[in-house]
Design a protein. Sequence first.
Length: 310
Amino acid sequence: MSAPSFALGERVLCYHGPLIYEAKVLKCEVWDETNTKLDTVGPHYLVHYKGWKQTWDEWVPTTRLLKFSDANISLQKDLARAQAATTSTSASASKTATSARGTQAGGGRRKEGGRGTKRGRDDDDGTRRPEMRLMVPDQLKVLLVDDWEAVTKNNQLVTLPRSPTVVEILEEFKQHVLNTSPPNLRDPQVVLPTILSGLQVYFDKALGSNLLYRFERPQYAEIRKRYVTGPTVQVNEEREMSAIYGAEHLLRMIVSLPAMVAGSTMDPESVGLVRDYVTELLSYIMNQRHRLFQREYDSASLQYQNISRS
């Protein structure tokens, strides 16, 4: 089925992180490999999120947009409820972290779509979307808040390439699981390589379209030029983004997985397997957080800040 098209000024719903928000289409452009800004090609739309400042306006591919319909509004509310259930303590953790800094860490960004509805609950089993609940440790929630604040408020950037990279972290986790054999993980010798391969592929595909803050996009474009598309890059020596980015962006991806699973056709058994392994990965990242995460981000130059606003 072909993707739906969207008109200028149309009222739409748009994925932003793990949730869906009401937005308005401001512009439309068709990108190819020569002029893409997001590492994706085809129709792209500049959207403005209802109730958000213009600084949050962004270009999104068609895959992040939904028609403003009763069915999609129901999905929006279901995702909001699922997110609230998976991070039941996130509000208190964020409030504690941000009150110490005297800042509001994105509280105005989340909207849960108005009045509730039971429509999604009343759907029969054949139409219910798969659901994966993740319990993110409070220590990692605080790191997510710090990360958001450093990039969006303090005009700072993660140093790239990172060390360890996403590829290296996943390999370290693989060795950890094989050496310790956690009792809650089913058949690691067979299942683990598939899970980790899927996470790496999803990271590489999701980074440019879903995991970056607007301020990071010029840095991402430069990294792509340096390691993938630039004239000095040799054929077959291109590097995937998972071999350049690190724990900061990996954690952003992990907390977005429930929304990805909700939009998939995974069966309950597969969802359970992924949940168990990702939960163990979160535990590993938490225990290794002092080694994996960058303590001080780099301050962006004035020239970079001007480019990011243009």
